[in-house]
Design a protein around this ligand. Structure first.
Ligand SMILES: Cc1ncc(COP(=O)(O)O)c(C=O)c1O
Length: 456
C-alpha cells in the first residue's frame, strides 16, 4: 500500500503548481536536480574529502570528461569512493569556476552549517564578529542570541540607514573600535548592492580580520553576472545556500581564496590557509558524513548556472523585481528602500495600509500567493507580528513570468490589501471568502499556464 506520505507529497505538488511562490529564498529545481537528489548516492558514507591535487589550475584546464574516468587519490575514511570522489571533485571545480574561488567546500548541509563552520575555522570562543543585526536584515546565524554561535562568539552588530542601505559609518567606527576577528556582510532582507570596495578598505584597518560574505540570497545573481562578487573585491570567504537564487538543491557551500593542501595536517592559522582551515572545520569540526546525493545535485545545479541562459535568468529576476516594485509603488504600497536593486522587496504594510504583515501574509495565502511576514528595521514589536512582508521574484521568474504578469500580480496584491483593510483582523477574513475565492481562481488559472519544472 502506498505510504500516506506520498499522498501529502501529491498535495504539495498541487499547491506548488496552482499557487505562486513569492518567498524570496525559495525556487524550483530542475528535473535533473530532483533525479540526483533521489538517487542511490544516499546509500554511501564518505567522511573526508577527495584529494585537491591540481585544483589550482582547474579554472583553465579542468577536463570533466577525463576526471569522470580517472581514479582519484583521496582523504576518506571509508572504501568504495571512486565514483563519489569524482562527483565531489566535479562539484568543487564547477563551484570554483562559477564564483572565481580558489577552493570550494560543497559539504555543508545548509547555509547555517556553512556559517558556523567559518566561525569555527577562524575564531576562538569569545572572539568578536561584526555582522548586520537581525532587525536590519541580517540572518539568525549572524549573531541572534537564540543561536549556538551567539553563545560561543561575541557578536557586535551594525544596521542600515533610512534609505535601506548599510550604515557604512557605523560599520567602520565599530570595526576600528572593536577590532573583530570577522567582518561579515550578509543578509536575508536587504535590497541594495553592498559597496564591497568600501568594505574591503574598512577591513584593512583591522589587522588579521577575515572578510566574510554570506551571499545566500544573491548567489544566483552573482553567478549570473548581475551582482558583484565579493571574492573579486578581496573578500577571503563567501558562504551561501545553494537553493535560493542559485536554484540548486537545499544545502550550503563555502567558497574561499587561499592555499589548497591536504586537510589531514593542521596548518598554521593564517588568512592564506583559510581553505584548509575551512575543510577541517566542516569535517570533522562541525559535521559528519557528507550527503553525496545532494552534492551530486549541487554539481548539476552549478553546471546549469555555468550555462549562458542562466545569465538571462538572473537578469530577468532583477528586472521582474524592479517592475513589481514600481507597480506596487504606483498602487500606494510603501517599500523599504523605495524599491529594489536585487530580487527582494520589503513592503511596509503597516505604513501603507494600517494593518500588520501577519494578516496580509494570511490573506495572501488564501489566494495562493505565498510570501512571509517580516520585521522592518524600524520595528519595535514582537517578530511574530511584524509590520512588513518580504517577497521576491526568483521562483516566478523560473516559471517564465515577465512584465505583464508582474503587473497582474501587483493588482492582486492591492485587491487583497483592500480586503484586509475592510476585515481588520485575521478572524474577519472569513467574511470575505467570496472575494478572496475569486482572486484565488484567477491566480490558479495564471499559475497553471506556467508549469513548475519537475512537476508533471
Ligand atoms: C543570509 C542567509 N544565511 C544563511 C541562511 C541559512 O540557510 P539554511 O536555512 O540553509 O540553514 C539563510 C536562510 O534563509 C540566509 O538567508
Amino acid at each position: 500500500m502506498k505510504d500516506i506520505v506520498f499522498n501529502l507529497i501529491d498535495e504539495e505538488k498541487k499547491r506548488q503548481s496552482e499557487g505562486l511562490e513569492l518567498i524570496p529564498s525559495e525556487n524550483y529545481v530542475s528535473a535533473d536536480i530532483l533525479k540526483a537528489m533521489g538517487s542511490i548516492l544516499t546509500n554511501k558514507y564518505s567522511e573526508g574529502y577527495p584529494s585537491f591535487e591540481g585544483i589550482g589550475d582547474i579554472k583553465d584546464e579542468w577536463d570533466e570528461k577525463s576526471i569522470a574516468t580517472k581514479i582519484l587519490p583521496n582523504y576518506r575514511y571509508y572504501g568504495g569512493q571512486d565514483n563519489i570522489d569524482r562527483i565531489e571533485r566535479i562539484a568543487i571545480d564547477r563551484a570554483c569556476r562559477l564564483f572565481h574561488a580558489d577552493h570550494a567546500n560543497v559539504q555543508p548541509h545548509s547555509g547555517a552549517n556553512a556559517n558556523e563552520a567559518v566561525y569555527f575555522a577562524w575564531c576562538e570562543p569569545g572572539d568578536k564578529i561584526l555582522a548586520m543585526s537581525l532587525p536590519a536584515g541580517g540572518h539568525l546565524t549572524h549573531g541572534s542570541p537564540v543561536t549556538r554561535s551567539a553563545k560561543i562568539y561575541n557578536f557586535i552588530s551594525y544596521g542600515v540607514i533610512e534609505d535601506g542601505d548599510i550604515n557604512y559609518d557605523e560599520l567602520e567606527q565599530k570595526a576600528i573600535a572593536e577590532q573583530p576577528k570577522i567582518i561579515l556582510i550578509g543578509y536575508s532582507a536587504f535590497m541594495k548592492i553592498p559597496d564591497f570596495e568600501r568594505i574591503t578598505k574598512i577591513a584593512k584597518k583591522v589587522p588579521g580580520c577575515l572578510l566574510m560574505a554570506d551571499m545566500a540570497h544573491v548567489a544566483g545573481l552573482i553567478a549570473g553576472g548581475v551582482h558583484p562578487n565579493p571574492l573579486d573585491y578581496g573578500f577571503h570567504v563567501m558562504t551561501t545556500t545553494t537553493h535560493k537564487t542559485l536554484r540548486g538543491p537545499r544545502g550550503g557551500l563555502i567558497l574561499s581564496k587561499g592555499n589548497i593542501a591536504s586537510p589531514l595536517k593542521k596548518p598554521e592559522k593564517s588568512l592564506e590557509n583559510i581553505p584548509i582551515l575551512i575543510d577541517r572545520a566542516v569535517f570533522p569540526g562541525t559535521q559528519g558524513g557528507p550527503l553525496e546525493h545532494i552534492i551530486a545535485a549541487k554539481a548539476i545545479a552549478f553546471g546549469e548556472a555555468l550555462k549562458p541562459n542562466f545569465k538571462t535568468y538572473a537578469k530577468n529576476i532583477v528586472e521582474n523585481a524592479k517592475t513589481l516594485a514600481s507597480e506596487l509603488i504606483k498602487l500606494g504600497f510603501i517599500l523599504q528602500g523605495n524599491g529594489t536593486d536585487n530580487h527582494l522587496i520589503l513592503i511596509d504594510v503597516q505604513k501603507s495600509f494600517g494593518f500588520d504583515g501577519k494578516i496580509y501574509e494570511k490573506a495572501l495565502d488564501k489566494v495562493g500567493l505565498t510570501l512571509n511576514a517580516n520585521s522592518l528595521p524600524t520595528d519595535k514589536g514582537a517578530a511574530f507580528r511584524p509590520s512588513g512582508v518580504r517577497l521576491g521574484t526568483p521562483a516566478i521568474t523560473t516559471r517564465g513570468f515577465g512584465e505583464s504578469e508582474m503587473k497582474t500580480l501587483a493588482l492582486w496584491m492591492k485587491q487583497v490589501a483592500s480586503i484586509c483593510q475592510k476585515a481588520k483582523s485575521e478572524e474577519n477574513l472569513s467574511n470575505f471568502t467570496t472575494e478572496l475565492g475569486s482572486i484565488h481562481s484567477e491566480v490558479r488559472t495564471l499559475a497553471t499556464k506556467f508549469p513548475v519544472p519537475g512537476i508533471k
